[in-house]
Design a protein around this ligand. Structure first.
Ligand code: CMX
Length: 436
């Protein structure tokens, strides 16, 4: 393959130049109604091109779930006795656009607990995986194996009418939601040797997740998981994980295969893996400049990252142009939870959020110099006792199913078609512009 590589190498500079010329000369030219060259070569930023029911992202106000802000959700959705909103209530809201009653959520939590047990082929496979395999890879593998018992796949093969596709999609989605914490906690136990406290049929989804990791008595962690799962559940449809689930399901792959694909996208460092990257980066900073670092030392560390051509993890966003309200909600949680804001690492992250925004503005590249949700999620998980940074994106992966799966039910209920956008080569785009 060496000669092939040499051939590719030889043409890279010219291709890059052509792409650069295309953007600079014709970026704002629309090739079809509203679709500019910039949106074609720029990752489809801002292009309104898909249906997503559960939530909508405003660049300045942040995420809204059927019009409700995070604070409104915290006020109105059924909560645990501790007062923390329950992520299963967020799923209900996203799916139905209605605020459920406490009784409805209590019964829904019990349903999730009832179907949480994993099939033997999944546990056997999980237990056979090397501890060194990234937990996100393990999560995606395990979710794929659930397709063995997919209601959708079975009923489709048996000739189900397309108007009824939504019904087994719904069954698979609830089944997957029920099993995700069991899969995630088994991965946690297999890799990090924690104690299984077993499923409590009367406990909520997050409590059972925490129990699976031996953390059921750690009330701070249980509440943190509740908030984390509710906040990360949905962020409209264009982000990599949500869009992937929607795309793969549009080919009528069942919900397990669709969500496993989404998880593989979530595992990318520019998306969900940023949760892990942030803490690794902050721990390195702490080691290098100490807990009680001055603003100047933090600034220097930030510039070192930027000057070495790396991104500052936890900063910037494809759509947001203000601090992420999910970041703010987690910071508020830290402020109202005893002992949290005294943690030196939490203090360092807060201080960094002030300095980093200033540095990102000076750097002048990122359109959004503010922190996103990943800037603070890991340090809080760390504070409550989850030090295994590799696992952070798995918690994200349990959560993101909320929005993705709710949308799959609607995709099939609405009979949305297979996705098939049109692609073009760089030269074909030049030609189309010439012919305009
Ligand atoms: N550090 C350094 N440079 C950054 C940056 C950051 N945090 N954020 C953006 N930039 C750079 C981009 O790499 C890009 O540079 P080039 O022009 O050289 O390619 C430039 O600024 C413009 O990018 P943008 O339009 O502002 O941002 P994008 O929509 O392209 O990317 C995102 C968005 C999130 C991938 C980017 O901000 C980033 O890499 N952030 C760090 C990783 C991160 O925190 N990801 C989590 C996002 C939330 C989530 O999905 O979970």
């Amino acid at each position: 393959w060496f000669t092939v590589v040499l051939g590719v190498l030889a043409i890279i500079p010219a291709k890059r130049e052509r792409l650069q010329a295309l953007r600079s000369q014709h970026g704002s030219v629309a090739l079809s109604s509203g679709v500019t060259v910039d949106s074609i070569v720029g990752g489809m930023r801002g292009l309104k091109c898909m249906v997503w029911e559960g939530s909508e992202l405003d660049a300045y106000k942040g995420i809204r779930f059927h019009g409700m802000s995070i604070t409104e959700c915290q006020r109105k959705l059924p909560a645990a006795n501790s007062g923390e909103m329950l992520p299963e209530a967020m799923f209900w809201l996203i799916l139905t656009s209605e605020i459920p009653s406490a009784a409805q959520i209590s019964s829904f939590s019990s349903t999730l607990a009832k179907y949480s047990e994993l099939p033997k082929h999944t546990t056997d496979l999980l237990d056979s995986l090397p501890k060194s395999l990234h937990p996100m890879t393990q999560l995606s593998i395990a979710v794929s194996t659930l397709n063995h018992d997919s209601s959708f796949a079975k009923q489709y093969a048996a000739g189900l009418h397309k108007k009824d596709y939504w019904s087994p999609t719904f069954d698979d989605s609830i089944n997957l939601l029920a099993k995700l914490p069991t899969i995630a906690s088994r991965i946690y136990r297999n890799i990090y040797d924690a104690k299984d406290q077993g499923i409590d049929q009367h406990a909520d989804w997050s409590m059972n997740f925490a129990r699976g990791m031996g953390m059921g008595e750690n009330s701070g962690m249980v509440d943190m998981i509740r908030l984390y799962l509710a906040l990360h559940g949905d962020h409209e449809g264009g982000n990599v994980s949500a869009h992937t689930a929607h795309l793969v399901n549009s080919a009528l792959a069942d919900p397990y295969l669709s969500y496993a694909s989404a998880l593989n996208g979530l595992a990318g460092p520019l998306h969900g893996l940023a949760a892990q990257e942030v803490l690794v980066w902050v721990l390195k900073m702490q080691k290098e400049i100490g807990d009680d670092a001055s603003e100047e030392a933090i600034e220097k560390y930030l510039w070192k990252t930027l000057n070495s051509g790396q991104v500052v993890p936890g900063y910037g966003h494809g759509v947001l142009r203000n601090p992420d309200p999910r970041f703010t909600a987690l910071q508020d949680f830290a402020k109202r939870t005893k002992g949290c804001s005294d943690d030196p690492l939490v203090k360092l992250v807060i201080k960094n959020s002030q300095v980093a925004t200033k540095v990102m503005k000076e750097h002048g590249k990122a359109k959004n110099p503010f922190p996103n949700v990943d800037a603070t999620s890991g340090v809080l998980l760390n504070h409550f006792g989850m030090q295994q940074t590799n696992f952070y994106t798995v918690v994200f992966g349990v959560s993101r199913a909320i929005g993705c799966l709710a949308q799959l039910v609607w995709d099939r209920a609405l009979g949305l078609p297979i996705e098939r956008p049109k692609s073009m080569s760089i030269e074909a785009i030049f030609k189309a512009i010439e012919e305009k």
